[in-house]
Design a protein around this ligand. Structure first.
Ligand code: KG4
Ligand code: ZN
Length: 390
């Protein structure tokens, strides 16, 4: 008899993730094939290579997960696959694979927003982990990934009110750029965290963009400040510029990495905690690759403790891209009755929440990332109205 497991597939960026879930929270087995080594040489993701690597690794990842679960395809009762946002070619691999399986097995299919997956990772339970209550509503959720940074309020499942978002770089993107500038390689986040930990003295004091009372974020000023410092110090030491491989002494790199991390963590944590207080949240959940940062986790833990608010941050492997999180969000959508047809298309841009009516005096955006998000939202709404996504 079929075990009615949910098969979940993630392929939006540079990890091929496959997972089997039992119910909406319990991971039965999961596998993530990372492309970090593939893209390290170029210091960033090459989309065409990423799509080919997904194609190469998706079969073995599925085989591994089925074997680990002691299951066969006959045990799959539904399929969830990431439909966006992300790299179109990469998304197409996982979504097409999911569609083919759902069709062949004659089981329901649901397309999942990758960002909703990051958020719902907080609900997941590892194999063998003791049951624990779900994060209570109302809650504030911070998503900090390589491509997105935003804060939402949730009063119920699958319903989001946008509180704030980045007006320029995503937090992970900022880490990656800073990592490159400091000669620490790709991806920058974990490399900066490691370097910061080894910093012997005080971290360099770098600026923080508070943007008044709003919950929006900005990291481009910080990035520029870091670049100016690095350039000036390299020039003073008679070393080549960073782009040509110039690198400051290790102790100095560590102090700058620590200062950069401290600035990002300070702004992310301060705004998240203030939002939790302002909306009377009972919990804070955090997801996305940057949520695996130990300094951010420690800072939020201390703040949430002081506020008396639950804090749920998945283990690091469930913060970075993985299949299980797509299952967690997909299961909720399936439970809500959502079903995708085989005509479902990928959406390279697909905001999770619309910027409207949030506290902190938002004016309608006319330029920059927020305006682009509005435009993407209009596209998404056109899709939802029945047009085929391109
Ligand atoms: O969520 P994710 O795996 O992929 C996207 O959806 O973008 O996030 C990847 C991002 C990268 O920018 C990476 O540098 C960052 O998460 N990251 C970290 C850490 N681990 C990954 N940033 C800071 N500290 C970390 N420990
Ligand atoms: Zn992600």
């Amino acid at each position: 008899m079929s075990r009615g497991l949910l098969l979940a597939i993630e392929s939006s960026c540079d990890e091929t993730g496959v997972a089997l879930l039992d119910g909406s929270r319990r991971i039965v087995a999961e596998a993530v094939a990372s492309q970090v080594a593939l893209h390290a040489g170029t210091g960033g993701i090459v989309p065409e290579l990423a799509a080919r690597a997904h194609l190469r690794w998706i079969d073995p990842a599925l085989d591994e997960v089925l074997a680990a679960a002691g299951a066969t395809l006959a045990d799959v009762g539904a399929v969830a696959a990431t439909a966006g946002p992300g790299l179109a070619g990469s998304l197409l691999v996982g979504l097409s694979y999911g569609k083919a399986l759902a069709w062949a097995l004659d089981v329901p299919l649901v397309g999942v927003n990758h960002l909703e997956g990051h958020l719902y990772a907080a609900w997941l339970l590892d194999p063998g982990e003791a049951e624990r209550p779900e994060p209570p509503f109302p809650l504030v959720a911070l998503v900090v990934s390589g491509g997105h940074t935003f804060l939402v309020e949730m009063r119920d499942h699958l319903a989001y009110r946008l509180l704030g978002e980045t007006v320029d770089d995503a937090a992970g993107e900022a880490f990656d750029k800073a990592g490159r500038l400091l000669g620490l390689g790709y991806p920058g986040g974990p490399a900066i965290a490691r370097a910061a930990e080894a910093a012997p003295g005080r971290p360099e004091r770098l600026p923080r963009a508070w943007l008044g009372a709003s919950y929006d974020f900005s990291f481009s000023g910080l990035k520029t400040a870091l670049r100016r410092l690095v350039e000036a110090e390299l020039a003073a030491a008679g070393l080549p510029p960073a782009e040509e491989g110039g690198r400051l002494p290790a102790g100095r790199v560590a102090a700058l990495a620590a200062g950069f991390q401290a600035s990002v963590v300070d702004v992310l944590a301060t705004k998240t905690l203030r939002a939790a207080e302002d909306v009377g949240a009972r919990a804070i959940v955090v997801g996305g690759g940057v949520a695996s940062n130990a300094a951010l986790r420690a800072r939020l833990a201390a703040g949430a403790g002081a506020l008396g608010v639950d804090l749920v941050i998945p283990r690091p492997g469930l913060c970075t891209d993985n299949g299980a999180m797509i299952g967690a969000a997909g299961a909720r959508r399936l439970a809500a009755g959502e079903r995708a047809g085989l005509d479902l298309g990928v959406r390279a841009a697909w905001p999770l929440a619309r910027p409207a009516g949030a506290p902190g005096s938002r004016r309608p955006p006319t330029r920059g990332a927020t305006a682009r998000a509005y435009a993407a939202l209009r596209d998404a709404e056109a899709d939802a109205a029945g047009k085929v996504a391109r």
